[in-house]
Design a protein around this ligand. Structure first.
Ligand SMILES: Cc1cc2nc3c(=O)[nH]c(=O)nc-3n(C[C@H](O)[C@H](O)[C@H](O)COP(=O)(O)OP(=O)(O)OC[C@H]3O[C@@H](n4cnc5c(N)ncnc54)[C@H](O)[C@@H]3O)c2cc1C
Length: 486
């Protein structure tokens, strides 16, 4: 097996987009196949060597950054096994990149719905974080499309798990694993919020075992093969940038748009006035005196219908400028638009790197009827403490990322307090602390606020069943100190 020991190469695995510092590891292993991987993990388990799994390294929570032990990189697991029109499915290795999978599907007239906007994420990483992104407005998160997972467990055993194969209930959650050993998975008692969610382990009476491994952030298994459900490729995707003078008008536009189900909206995205300033740096044609943007995509699946009059009505009703609206009418233009929308998180990451402090980016989603309460809270907070910030994201699902950009230790401390107050508010409104990015190594406190110490210890009990020596993904989801308490 290929093993890299060169410190200059190893250190490239000590970063993702969180800007978390201090990672270290003795080596990076790049297994070529399941047999090599399984033997390596078995040996590490016997020696109790921690393993951090690395996908594309685009995560936002430091979850692929190792703090000791070894890194397993999934780079060599880069094959698309099969794309089937008959089964409407793709079977891929975990290291395949999202963009590669999307293009391969499109060549077959098929569409992979998960769109974490960052195309260099690996498919395994998106399953491990239950990624979603802009298009989950129509299609839901990655979880919904996972049909089968082949995984290497912490003791080296290979588990090939089909959706529907094992249903766990609170009274019966004993499973026969491949080696013939029976293990009981204790389902946690917490209730997951009714919004899209990637915080902690999936837990529900009557849950499918496969759902436990989706969103587990590399703490329960190493995913090697994935079967994903696909849909038919739409005829076209039509998209628009709509500019508003007042941020509140953009919120009202979104609320109305959500009620027009016949428009078949694919995504509804939002940029606040600070995000718009970043957009201006990328495109000099952004109209002046505007303070908010809605970017939306709409699928055209059947015959081409002219919906322009509907859009014009909506645009006028919410005081947006029709003349300033940008419309992409074909695939090429739409790709340019989505690239422009994606330039905002990229620009935020560049600023954070330049400032040199940890990124404080929230991932809170709240129920739709609480969205304005949450927005009012953010606005009030930044009126009181004028920290530099950028708000953007998936407004269609009441899920915005508030990025606070500290430039000093003092600002960092204030930003941490502010972010925690957002978390508390979001939870009080029935939301989640992480709708798509996961907890990683930087949001433990948020997860504890959400599910309490009891919830955390219930998650640790599951980990103990599947990874008794605690070697996988140490420090992800919960701090390593709590592992010894259970
Ligand atoms: C500019 C930008 C925009 C983004 N926008 C979005 C967005 O809109 N929506 C969204 O959901 N995310 C978004 N992300 C975050 C990121 O792309 C996702 O979290 C993605 O799922 C991470 O995939 P990765 O392969 O890069 O994972 P990594 O960062 O390498 O790892 C993430 C986690 O997955 C685990 N992991 C990776 N591979 C495996 C495997 N094979 N088996 C088990 N565990 C594994 C790792 O151990 C780690 O815990 C964005 C990131 C960037 C940089």
């Amino acid at each position: 097996m290929l093993v890299k020991n060169d410190p200059d190469i190893i250190k490239t695995y000590f970063e993702d987009s969180s800007n978390l510092k201090g990672g270290y590891a003795q080596e990076v292993a790049l297994p070529h196949d399941v047999e090599e991987l399984s033997a390596f993990v078995k040996d590490a388990n016997l020696k109790k060597i921690p393993i951090t799994i690395s996908g594309g390294g685009t995560g936002t929570t430091g979850s692929r950054i190792p703090f000791g032990g070894v890194v397993i990189s999934m780079e060599k697991f880069n094959k698309i096994h099969n794309i089937s029109k008959e089964n409407m499915s793709a079977v891929v290795q975990a290291g395949v990149l999202v963009d590669e999978l999307k293009s391969a599907c499109e060549k077959e007239g098929l569409f992979y719905t998960s769109h974490p906007t960052e195309g260099t994420a690996s498919v395994g990483g998106t399953v491990a974080t239950n990624a979603s992104g802009s298009r989950s407005f129509k299609y839901g998160p990655t979880r919904k499309y996972v049909r089968r997972l082949k995984m290497v467990l912490a003791n080296g055993e290979v588990l090939d798990l089909q959706r529907g194969e094992h249903i766990l209930t609170k009274t019966n959650s004993a499973i026969k694993f491949p080696g013939g050993r029976e293990r009981t998975i204790p389902i946690p008692s917490y209730t997951m919020p009714g919004v899209k969610n990637s915080a902690g382990y999936f837990a529900k009476d009557g849950m499918d075992l496969i759902d436990l491994f989706i969103g587990q952030e590399g703490t329960l298994s190493i995913i090697v093969d994935i079967e994903l459900a696909l849909v038919k490729k739409p005829l076209e995707i039509f998209s628009c940038f709509i500019f508003f003078k007042k941020e509140m008008d953009a919120w009202g536009f979104c609320e109305d748009l959500k009620n027009l189900s016949h428009l078949d909206t694919l995504s509804i995205e939002y940029l606040d006035s600070n995000a718009l300033k970043l957009l201006r740096l990328k495109n000099k044609n952004v109209p002046p005196r505007m303070n908010a943007v809605i970017f939306f995509e709409q699928e055209i699946r059947k015959e081409k219908k002219d919906l322009s009059s509907e859009w014009l009505k909506l645009i006028s009703r919410h005081k947006a400028s029709v003349e300033d609206t940008w419309v992409a009418m074909n695939e090429k233009e739409n790709k340019e638009f989505t690239k422009l929308r994606h330039a905002i998180p990229e620009a935020v990451n560049e600023i954070i790197k330049r400032y040199g402090f940890q990124k404080l980016s929230t991932d809170i989603a709240v129920p739709d009827d609480k969205f304005r309460d949450m927005m009012d809270f953010y606005i009030q907070a930044f009126e009181e403490d004028k920290l530099e910030h950028v708000i953007f994201g998936h407004i269609g699902e009441s899920h915005l990322h508030v990025n606070i950009l500290p430039k000093s230790e003092d600002e960092l401390e204030r930003a941490k307090r502010l972010a925690f107050s957002f978390v508390k508010k979001g939870l009080s409104l029935g939301g989640t602390v992480s709708a798509e990015h996961g907890i990683g190594k930087i949001k433990h406190k948020y997860l504890e606020e959400m599910y309490g110490k009891r919830g955390i210890s219930e998650m640790v009990k599951i980990k103990k069943v599947l990874d008794p020596n605690f070697i996988l993904g140490l420090g992800n989801i919960f701090p390593r100190e709590v592992l010894n308490l259970v």
